[in-house]
Ligand binder design. Structure first.
Ligand code: URA
Length: 408
């Protein structure tokens, strides 16, 4: 029976709800083995799934755990999700902005695996910050201060946790149906009314073409409709990293600078303003211009930064004493010219080598290492100018990273 199901998908045929249920719940129960699930996931990756199969599998994932009931919270509760990128600290910035405007936000985030960082790892670089709140604590905090950023509680879509870990080590992450199921099962279980998904495209992202991103966008919206959730998507570039910093504590410090209005006009600040504006439009039903004015006011008045401080305090964090390695090396331009590109994927690879990310689930993270870019794409540089500072504990060989910066 189990091998019949794998074989059916290998031949590109549709699996019924019953077959998917037997297989996936069998995996959670230990009856289906890792190698059998890996085989089915690869067959799905290669042959895809039709919409019916995606809808069935999303339901199976949601039903593997609890669905939070947030109906006691007055106002529209929003949630955002990113398909993952390098230097992506947008949640740390957007969540306080929208919460400071009176829009409750409950964000359950993940850890990083591979080259893309995770919000929870970044928050854990703040001494004392608790990422493992219980359902009761989550509910109390969102009622008290309108913002929570925590790790996903064990009871929400536990199937996704198991399957995602297996996908990650079997090269089956980049499947549009599987990404849609994974994201939407967590978002629906999380209980928010409206959901914004930032779909990243580029060499540092799961998806490499706009066409793939549009396909995913459509699928996410169709799943949302079934559960009466309004899903909005934004497609954004991940060929260059977001902002200037890659590495956990460096990224938290950068988020603080954006919240204080000290980083103006770079790709990170712009994306955060766009995503926050969209969330405000979704929650308050106002025009784009009004929403953007509110977002800018939240930053310029200091309200967003104050809300960030409230969040850190509520979850027992202390921004004093954030780790940053004392050892650093400067990377200098070997020629004069204009920076044409800064490779997101190569920076992601370097950050993992430094110890800022993990390649397997068991790896531990060094919160105080990372890369701080000193220049952006389009900047004019002279030979010898500092392009980046690498904070390290043990310096890896850098010969593979000569072409991070393309200067012409
Ligand atoms: N983000 C998720 O939560 N799941 C995926 O499968 C990919 C990105």
């Amino acid at each position: 029976m189990i091998t019949d199901i794998i074989n059916k998908k290998r031949l590109g045929k549709e699996l019924s709800y019953h077959e998917l249920d037997v297989f996936f719940n069998g995996y959670l129960d230990g009856k289906v083995k890792d190698y059998q699930m890996s085989s089915l996931l690869m067959a799905i990756c290669i042959n895809g799934m039709n919409e019916e199969e995606v809808f069935s599998l999303t339901k199976i994932f949601i039903d593997s755990g609890d669905v939070l009931d947030l109906s006691f919270i007055s106002g529209i509760v929003v949630d955002k999700h990113s398909t993952g990128g390098i230097g992506d600290k947008t949640t740390l910035i957007i969540a306080p902005i929208v919460a400071s405007l009176g829009i409750p936000i409950l964000k359950m985030s993940g850890r990083g695996l591979g080259y893309t960082g995770g919000t929870i790892d970044k928050l854990e670089s703040i001494p004392g910050y608790r990422v493992n709140l219980s359902d009761e604590e989550v509910i109390k905090q969102v009622q008290d201060i309108g913002i929570v950023v925590t790790g996903q509680t064990a009871s929400l879509a536990p199937m996704d946790k198991e399957i995602y870990a297996l996908r990650d080590v079997t090269a089956t992450v980049s499947s549009i149906p599987l990404i849609a199921v994974s994201i939407m099962s967590k978002k629906i279980a999380g209980g928010a009314d409206k959901i914004l998904i930032d779909i990243k495209v580029g060499n540092g992202a799961l998806l490499h073409t706009k066409k793939e991103a549009e396909e995913l966008s459509l699928l996410l919206k169709k799943i949302g409709k079934i559960y009466q959730k309004e899903v909005h998507t934004m497609i954004s570039d991940m060929n260059v990293p977001l902002g200037f910093c890659i590495g956990n504590s460096l990224e938290v410090m950068e988020a603080v600078r954006v919240l204080k209005g000290e980083e103006i006009g770079n790709n990170l600040t712009k994306l955060c303003i766009d995503l926050s504006t969209e969330l405000v439009c979704m929650a308050k039903n106002v025009s784009v211009q009004d929403a953007q004015d509110m977002v800018m006011q939240a930053i310029n008045s200091g309200a967003a930064y104050q809300k960030f401080l409230e969040l850190i305090k509520a979850q027992s964090g202390d921004l004093k004493g954030m780790p940053l390695s004392k050892k650093y090396k400067e990377i200098k331009a070997e020629q004069s010219g204009i920076i044409q590109n800064i490779s997101a994927i190569k920076l992601g690879e370097l950050s993992v080598l430094l110890g800022a990310g993990r390649l397997s689930k068991e790896d531990s993270i060094d919160y105080g290492v990372g890369i701080e870019l000193k220049k952006q794409v389009g900047d004019q540089v002279k030979k010898g100018d500092v392009l980046a500072k690498i904070y390290y504990k043990t310096l890896p060989h850098l010969h593979n990273f000569k072409d991070i910066f393309i200067i012409r």
